[in-house]
Design a binder for this molecule. Structure first.
Ligand code: NAD
Ligand code: LMR
Length: 334
């Protein structure tokens, strides 16, 4: 193990997602089994005692890749020279709320942290925004960090992507790794559009279109979509807490793909800048698209045919993002 350690920041590090996430990062599941890591853990001052407990537990895991753990409540410490930032820290929604109800509480956090990225982080830093509403928070963080390329910012819709894969896999009686190329279009919200028109299912060695494999268009256009759209709310209703284990797994999948690339012939879903997309989505948004990643650079998969059903859903979720963006910018100008 000769590589220099990379500096990885996790915000909201005393919270429930971080508790499921930190072990996977520290043991090499995300940045590689040979990559030493310095973990920087940011939370707010009242949570510092809890953070101390998290640090103790990380130490007690005795993980060879983990060179140092730095707990802090100061952005100038947290964002200094970082290679990767996983921005989780923010308020989660409660039962009965939509994620956009969190805008007022959370958007200011992402403005401050964007400014800190701009001032202290490496210009090559890769930034993943998880805190909700994730797309709009990501847009605000990026706008607040003009010296960092827009392409370095993305938001998490991989949880929705994984949910969609899993629903299709269960329906077909296969494991989730036999399903590929589902797409989450748009916002990480209840207007998102989980789309399987381009998805394939491996049925006993035969790669089959998802619509052919499932043979139930009504389900695919109805309950499948609403189940994925409402899954976050269903978990909150059942657990009285928002999803954490599955969110942490999705964060690992997303960051690992940024670091190591996507598999040949496969795409994944990620909220990225809409600029230059071929799907007529308004440009100044972070919108979830199918992407392929090579050399740590994502590219939207262009030119997939879009039927009228899909077009209407892609536009509806874009319209919600435009509204969220304008509300966020209003809050920040007050
Ligand atoms: P949590 O309440 O358990 O933890 C959040 C942590 O963030 C707390 O420790 C809190 O003190 C900290 N925090 C608050 N403000 C901060 C700031 N300015 N700087 C640093 N830390 C700060 O919540 P959680 O369940 O871990 O969820 C965190 C966020 O992730 C929520 O907004 C939730 O809605 C979102 N989420 C997103 C997805 C997704 O797929 N995009 C999935 C699950 C959860
Ligand atoms: C999720 O999708 O589970 C998270 O975004 C939490 C939520 O508020 O739904």
């Amino acid at each position: 193990m000769s590589a220099e350690p990379i500096r990885v920041l996790v915000t909201g590090a005393a919270g429930q997602i971080a508790y499921s996430l930190l072990y996977s990062i520290a043991k090499g599941d995300v940045f590689g089994k040979d990559q030493p890591i310095i973990l920087i853990l940011l939370d707010i001052p009242p949570m510092l005692p809890v953070l101390d407990g998290v640090v103790m537990e990380l130490q007690d895991c005795a993980l060879p890749l983990l060179k140092e753990v730095i707990p802090t409540d100061k952005v100038e410490v947290a964002f200094k020279d970082i290679d990767a930032a996983i921005l989780v820290g923010s308020m989660p929604r409660k039962e009965g709320m939509e994620r956009k109800d969190l805008l007022k509480a959370n958007v200011a956090i992402f403005k401050t942290q964007g400014a800190a990225l701009d001032k202290y982080a490496k210009k090559t830093v890769k930034v993943l925004v998880v805190g909700n509403p994730a797309n709009t928070n990501c847009l605000i963080a990026s706008k607040s960090a003009p010296s960092i390329p827009k392409e370095n910012f993305s938001c998490l819709t991989r949880l929705d992507h994984n949910r969609a894969c899993s629903q299709v896999a269960m329906r077909c009686g296969v494991s989730s790794d036999q399903v590929k190329n589902v797409i989450i279009w748009g916002n990480h919200s209840s207007t998102q559009y989980p789309d399987v028109h381009h998805a394939k299912v491996n049925l006993q060695g035969a790669e089959t279109e998802a619509y052919q494999a499932i043979k139930d268009d009504a389900w695919l256009r109805g309950d499948f979509i609403s189940t994925v759209q409402q899954r976050g709310a269903a978990v909150i209703k059942a657990r009285k807490l928002s999803s954490a284990m599955s969110a942490a797994k999705a964060i690992c999948d997303h960051m690992r793909d940024i670091w190591f690339g996507t598999k040949e012939g496969e795409f994944v879903s990620m909220g990225v800048y809409a600029s230059g997309n071929s799907y007529n989505i308004p440009e100044d948004l972070i919108y979830s698209f199918p992407v392929q990643i090579k050399n740590s650079t994502w590219k939207v998969v262009d030119g997939l045919p879009v039927n009228d059903f899909s077009r209407a859903k892609m536009d509806a979720t874009a319209a919600e993002l435009v509204e969220e963006r304008d509300t966020a910018l209003d809050f920040l100008s007050q």
